[in-house]
Design a protein around this ligand. Structure first.
Ligand code: ATP
Length: 348
């Protein structure tokens, strides 16, 4: 099978397990994000793919070939780390040409490739500038140009944007994504930033507690989290407990009964965890929606308004537009409903 295949990949440091039983197929030409909290094993997994870390178990195959014992330098993968690791005493051109020089590419071909890459990253006029004299965003682009100079089979990016300020980071996310799509280069990006993963990835691999928790498109991960860990980590969801009634309804802690499709598969009396996204919590006049609630907090974010309501013994956050939220105030009684199919029963 083409692309990168990980089978039962494991890494332990002594008794401590850093990566447990990872099975993944990363298709050619896609951008895949390894997303997860600090310490979950993202970097270790990336380093094993790069050949910078040995495997404690399992296999890694590229286009069907086992590369587990191929040394890093022979894998022809491009890498960008958080630190970028550019050579500060070298010019932009020398930095980008470095991997070509290592591979013995002749001077003329090196020069032609550097010129081509500088055009691609829109820094043609910076050829002879020392990298120490570049801005953060420019340095970022040079690091990426250097990583792709030798036409790598795989581009590996380990939190490459985490040192940038929020605004630059967002524009670099779009820039890297466009470049990756234009070059159609298979890319793995490690990040702990959910928004970054959702913005950039074709496929998101959510890692937690050293294991793969879910693999899916950004929309699948956000809309249909496989379990509570993913739902919680993707953030901004309302997670709450209820009791199954066995007939497609659930009982909230304060007694209100609510229809939740999917809950009929659970036995009556079983404790459930439910998820509703804030944008699917709909506020109405009292009595006009299923549940009776009371506003406890209003947070005006400019383009959106977050309204916290106490309802049925749980606390929910509703996200709406300023127009929908005119006159909403703390202490107010409201009706609370959910968009059709929005309230989901979580596994596990
Ligand atoms: P972060 O986002 O903080 O970089 P991460 O998800 O990339 O975290 P890893 O750096 O892969 O996590 O680490 C996974 C686990 O393996 C952690 O518990 C870490 O302490 C452990 N670990 C990583 N490298 C080593 C090492 N060389 N020796 C011992 N333990 C290690």
């Amino acid at each position: 099978m083409s692309g990168l295949m990980l089978e039962n990949v494991e890494k332990s440091y002594g008794a401590a397990r850093a990566v447990v039983d990872v099975n993944l197929h990363l298709p050619e030409g896609k951008l895949v994000c390894f997303l997860g909290p600090s310490g979950c094993g993202k970097t270790t997994l990336l380093r094993m793919i790069a050949g910078l870390e040995t495997l404690s178990g399992g296999e890694i195959r590229l286009d069907g070939q086992n590369i587990g014992h191929t040394p890093a330098h022979a894998r022809n993968f491009g890498m960008v780390f958080q630190s970028l690791a550019l050579f500060p005493h070298m010019t932009v051109g020398q930095n980008i040409a470095y991997p070509l020089k290592l591979r013995g590419v002749d001077k003329a071909a090196q020069k032609a490739r550097v010129v081509e890459l500088l055009q691609l990253i829109q820094l043609s006029e910076m050829l002879d500038r020392p990298v120490a004299q570049l801005s953060g965003g420019q340095r970022q682009r040079v690091a990426i140009a250097r990583a792709i100079a030798a036409h790598p089979k795989l581009l590996l990016l380990d939190e490459p944007l985490s040192a940038l300020d929020a605004k630059l980071r967002e524009s670099m996310q779009v820039e890297i994504r466009q470049l990756q799509q234009r070059l159609n280069i298979t890319t793995i990006l490690v990040t702990h930033d959910q928004r970054e993963a959702l913005t950039m990835a074709d496929i998101v691999v959510v890692l937690g507690q050293h294991r793969v928790q879910q693999v899916g498109t950004p929309m699948e991960i956000y809309r249909h989290p496989a379990n509570e860990f993913v739902a919680d980590f993707m953030g901004s969801g309302n997670l709450f407990s209820a009791t199954a009634l066995g007939d497609g309804h659930v009982r909230l802690p304060a007694g209100a009964v609510l229809a939740v499709p999917g809950s009929e598969t659970r036995a009556a009396g079983e404790a459930l965890r439910l998820l509703v996204r804030p944008e699917d919590v709909l506020l109405a006049a009292p009595g006009e929606a299923g549940l009776a609630g009371q506003v406890t907090f209003v947070r005006d974010l400019g383009a959106t308004v977050e309204t916290t309501v106490a309802c049925g013994g749980v606390t929910l956050v509703a996200l709406s537009t300023p127009r929908e939220s005119v006159g909403v105030a703390v202490g107010q009684a409201v009706g609370v409903g959910f968009a059709p199919g929005a309230c989901r029963v979580l596994a596990g």
